[in-house]
Ligand binder design. Structure first.
Ligand SMILES: [Zn+2]
Length: 447
């Protein structure tokens, strides 16, 4: 595998599995679809929830220096004026005078239309924010924007959070939510879309401590991916070069994953300095700063911003979990087993309960076990019941969606009050008393 090259996983296989098993569908498909928009199906929504829950648990609940926020998507337009988005958040676009296609000037190799060779117009800045109108009148006074990032909702609430929580520096505010960018170039499945979800932290530190905290956050973010089982050799850190840096940033690191088409950013960790708090203080007239009691002085905190794409993370977890292996069949042949080796915390279905057959003698006990597993606190997530087709095919179906554990109720269960737990990765099966099932499942899911 070359350093900049693609991974060996076939993107088409991932897209096909995602649709077939209900992870991801094209949006508005029955109308021919809408370009670069995607819907999360019954398993996709579970996977996405589990990713967000894991992130929130790790970065909010398990830390002493974090609190949460959920700001609205629509904000006062002055927010985007102060943040620089109205002036600076744009791409230079040119139009072809012949065929009317539109291109990003900074991505062109020659000053002619890549499609027809036609002459191009001068570049105009095209703002990437989606514009809308609040209320019934569509004029300049009612313009609003769909937020292109969640960060500004945190900055404008800095004083509210500080006053209501009495947090001391350093501390951070976390938020998960949708953001919108009217990108000209989209693609690679759910990797680059115009509507996406971000898991973002603004971490406020004393000026001078920013560089140390920047490194610590980069390490903490990297550990979250590897703790959830992402192969370290498919992750790398890339530092932004001068002209690539955003207008507010002192330094930015990207965490990149090796996707089937090559390396792509799944998370940024930026040092935003005191740019945003100062800009909002100036524009709003409300001073956004912090009184440092030890030094007996007011400071404007510096901000470290770890920002992860939920959809991009999901794509990386999905690609990374995809595994094909050859296994022996009962008739001395081999077949390909497809499995998603999700970390148990992320698996969309935690446990599947499978009666050996649809025999009516098994049905009452199977239903009892299913209800017990669903309601036990040991399994924090979605539990499925499946009694269609042969047990072997049902195991394969669960392997293909990444279910860590299957519980099989068979005819012996009626006599010995025990069931079989099958492990997804090893395919090992162990017999456990139904009385111990909750404890055994909890053990099996805590890896
Ligand atoms: Zn053209």
């Amino acid at each position: 595998m070359s350093d900049s090259g693609a991974s060996s996983v076939d993107l088409e296989k991932i897209v096909s599995l995602a649709k077939r098993r209900g992870f991801i569908f094209q949006s508005s498909e029955i109308y021919g679809g809408l370009s670069s928009t995607w819907d999360y199906g019954p398993l996709g929504v579970e996977l996405k929830r589990n990713i967000k829950d894991s992130w929130w648990r790790t970065f909010v609940w398990e830390r002493d220096d974090m609190v949460g926020l959920d700001a609205s998507i629509l904000m006062h337009p002055d927010v985007w004026r102060a943040s620089g988005h109205i002036q600076n958040f744009s791409d230079p676009l040119v139009d072809c005078k012949e065929c009317r296609q539109r291109w990003r000037e900074d991505q062109l190799e020659k000053p002619e239309c890549p499609a027809c060779g036609g002459e191009l117009t001068d570049a105009r800045n095209f703002n990437l924010m989606f514009k809308t109108f609040i209320g019934p009148i569509e004029d300049d006074s009612s313009v609003a924007f769909l937020r292109p990032e969640t960060a500004q909702g945190i900055f404008v609430n800095f004083e509210n959070v500080l006053n209501s929580t009495r947090k001391k520096l350093p501390f951070g505010i976390a938020q998960i939510g949708k953001a919108f960018r009217n990108e000209i170039t989209t693609g690679n499945f759910i990797f680059r879309t115009r509507e996406f979800e971000i898991m973002e932290i603004e971490f406020f530190v004393k000026p001078g401590e920013d560089e140390e905290w920047h490194k610590r956050w980069l390490d903490d973010c990297m550990s979250w991916y590897t703790d959830l089982g992402v192969s370290p050799d498919r992750l790398r850190v890339r530092e932004h070069e001068g002209k690539e840096l955003a207008h507010y940033a002192k330094a930015t690191y990207d965490i990149e994953y090796q996707f089937p088409w090559g390396w792509g950013e799944i998370q940024g960790v930026a040092n935003r300095t005191d740019f945003d708090l100062k800009a909002h203080s100036k524009a709003s007239g409300t001073t956004l700063d912090y009184f440092d009691q030890e030094a007996n002085e007011r400071v404007v905190p510096y901000v470290i911003e770890p920002a992860a794409g939920v959809d991009r993370g999901l794509m990386a977890f999905l690609v990374d979990a995809y595994t094909e292996e050859e296994v022996a069949t009962s008739s001395d042949k081999t077949e390909t087993r497809v499995l998603l080796k999700f970390h148990p915390d992320l698996a969309p279905v935690k446990v599947a309960v499978l009666p050996l057959s649809r025999n009516e003698k098994l049905a009452p006990l199977a239903a009892e076990v299913y209800n017990m597993v669903r309601k036990s606190g040991a399994v924090n997530g979605f539990v499925q019941f499946d009694d269609a087709q042969s047990i072997g095919r049902r195991y394969r179906r669960q392997d293909e969606i990444g279910t860590p554990l299957c519980v099989t109720v068979d005819f012996d269960s009626l006599d010995d009050n025990a069931v079989t737990i099958r492990d997804r990765d090893t395919m090992n099966q162990v017999r456990v008393p139904i009385a111990d099932l909750s404890a055994e499942l909890a053990k099996g899911l805590s890896r």
